[in-house]
Design a binder for this molecule. Structure first.
Ligand code: KG4
Ligand code: ZN
Length: 340
C-alpha cells in the first residue's frame, strides 16, 4: 500500500456541527463545517434536532469537502469517522454514512475517538504553528469537555483530570444565560470582560480532589450572587456588565490554572497544548502566555478552525492510524461514551 500519498476523507458528527475534511498526509486540503443555528433559540443543543440536521447536511458537506480539495472519491485512501464520544443520534449519522461510503469505494474504514482528535489536532501541519513534542499535557476545554490528558505518544494518552459535572464551556454559557445573554454566551462574556475589572467581584473556587474539575457550583454561585444583587438594585447587571463578565471569566481561569499548575508539578511536564472552543477565550490565552514567562511553560494553540469541533482533526488521527494500518470493519458501532 502506498503511504507516500495518503488521502483521507474525514467525517465528524458527534454534536451539533456536521463536518467533512480531506487531508493529504498531515496537510488539510479542505475542512467544511456546517454549524447548526437551530439550537440557539433553545439555549442549548437539542439532540433530536441535531440528528435531523446532520442527515440534511452530511451529503452536501462531504461533496463540498471533496470539491474544495479538488479530489475525486476514487483517489481516497481511507475514510475516517468519529465513533464517539458524543450524542448517539448524531454519531449514528456520521458512522453509517462513513461505513456505506467505505464499502461503496472498497477502501479501509478508520474509527476515531473525538477526544483523541482534539489533541492530535496539534499535529496538523500548518505554517507558523509549531507542534508539541512528547510528552505534553493537553487541556481540552469546550462546551462538552474539560480534560487534562498526559500525552506520551500519538496513541498513548492518559486522562489525569476531568470535570465531574459541567464542562467549562457550560460554566461560561450558563453564567451568560443568568446575565440574559443569548446562547452560546461564552464569546460575549469574553468580549465584555475585556472592558471590565476582573477583581470587582469574586466567586469561590470549588474544592475538588486531585486534578479533577467541578463547574456546577460555580454557576450556582453566579446565580445566587446575581439574584442577591438584583434584588437590591434591579439595574445591577446593566450597570456592572463588564465587571461581572471580567470577574466570572477570572473565576473560571483561576480554576483552570490551579489544576494546570498542579498537573505540571505532579508530572514535571511543562508543555501545555490547549484545544476545544473555549481555547478561543482571550483571557485564557493571555494567562497562558503569561505563564510561559512566569513558570517556564511552553504553550501550544492550534489554528482556531481546528480547536472547535471539525473534521480536519478526525482526519489527522485517520492519517496516523492509516500509517499503522489500524483499520476497523463494517460491523463497528457508534459509542456515546468512549474513553480515550
Ligand atoms: O468546541 P466547541 O465549538 O463545541 C463543543 O462544545 O464541542 O465549543 C463551544 C464552547 C461554547 O460553550 C462557547 O460558549 C465556548 O466554547 N466559547 C467561548 C469562547 N468562544 C467559544 N467561551 C469563552 N470565551 C470565548 N471566546
Ligand atoms: Zn469537541
Amino acid at each position: 500500500m502506498n503511504t507516500q500519498d495518503v488521502y483521507i476523507l474525514a467525517i465528524e458528527s458527534s454534536c451539533d456541527d456536521t463536518s467533512a475534511a480531506v487531508l493529504h498526509n498531515d496537510k488539510v486540503l479542505s475542512n467544511v463545517v456546517a454549524s447548526q443555528k437551530i439550537h440557539e433559540e433553545y439555549g442549548g443543543v437539542v439532540p433530536e434536532l441535531a440528528s435531523r440536521a446532520h442527515q440534511q447536511n452530511i451529503v452536501p458537506v462531504v461533496n463540498q469537502a471533496l470539491s474544495r480539495a479538488n479530489i475525486d472519491k476514487k483517489q481516497l485512501s481511507a475514510i475516517a469517522f468519529t465513533r464517539g464520544p458524543g450524542l448517539m443520534g448524531s454519531l449514528l449519522v456520521g458512522t453509517s454514512f462513513a461505513k456505506s461510503l467505505a464499502i461503496g469505494l472498497n477502501i479501509p474504514l478508520i474509527e476515531v475517538n473525538h477526544m483523541q482528535a482534539h489533541i492530535l489536532a496539534h499535529f496538523i501541519k500548518e505554517p507558523d504553528t509549531p507542534m508539541p513534542s512528547f510528552p505534553f499535557l493537553a487541556l481540552t476545554i469546550s462546551g462538552g469537555h474539560t480534560q487534562i490528558v498526559k500525552v506520551s505518544d500519538y496513541f498513548k494518552m492518559e486522562v489525569i483530570g476531568e470535570t465531574i459535572d459541567d464542562a467549562v464551556g457550560e460554566a461560561f454559557d450558563k453564567s451568560a444565560k443568568i446575565l440574559g445573554f443569548p446562547y452560546p454566551g461564552g464569546p460575549l462574556i469574553d468580549k465584555y470582560a475585556k472592558e471590565g475589572n476582573p477583581k470587582a467581584f469574586s466567586f469561590p473556587k470549588p474544592k475538588v480532589d486531585g486534578l479533577n474539575f467541578s463547574f456546577s457550583g460555580f454557576k450556582t454561585a453566579v446565580l445566587y450572587f446575581i439574584q442577591k444583587e438584583t434584588k437590591d438594585n434591579p439595574n445591577f447587571i446593566t450597570e456592572n456588565r463588564n465587571d461581572i463578565c471580567a470577574s466570572i471569566q477570572q473565576g473560571i481561569i483561576n480554576i483552570l490554572m490551579a489544576k494546570l499548575k498542579k498537573a505540571t508539578k505532579e508530572t514535571g511536564i511543562k508543555q501545555i497544548a490547549i484545544g476545544g472552543g473555549v481555547s478561543a477565550n482571550s483571557g485564557i490565552r493571555t494567562t497562558l502566555k503569561d505563564a510561559e514567562k512566569r513558570f517556564g511553560w511552553t504553550t501550544y494553540i492550534p489554528k482556531f478552525e481546528y480547536t472547535t469541533d471539525n473534521a480536519a482533526m478526525i482526519g489527522i488521527v485517520g492519517y496516523y492510524k492509516f500509517l499503522n494500518q489500524d483499520f476497523t470493519n463494517e460491523r463497528i458501532t457508534a459509542k456515546a461514551r468512549f474513553a480515550i
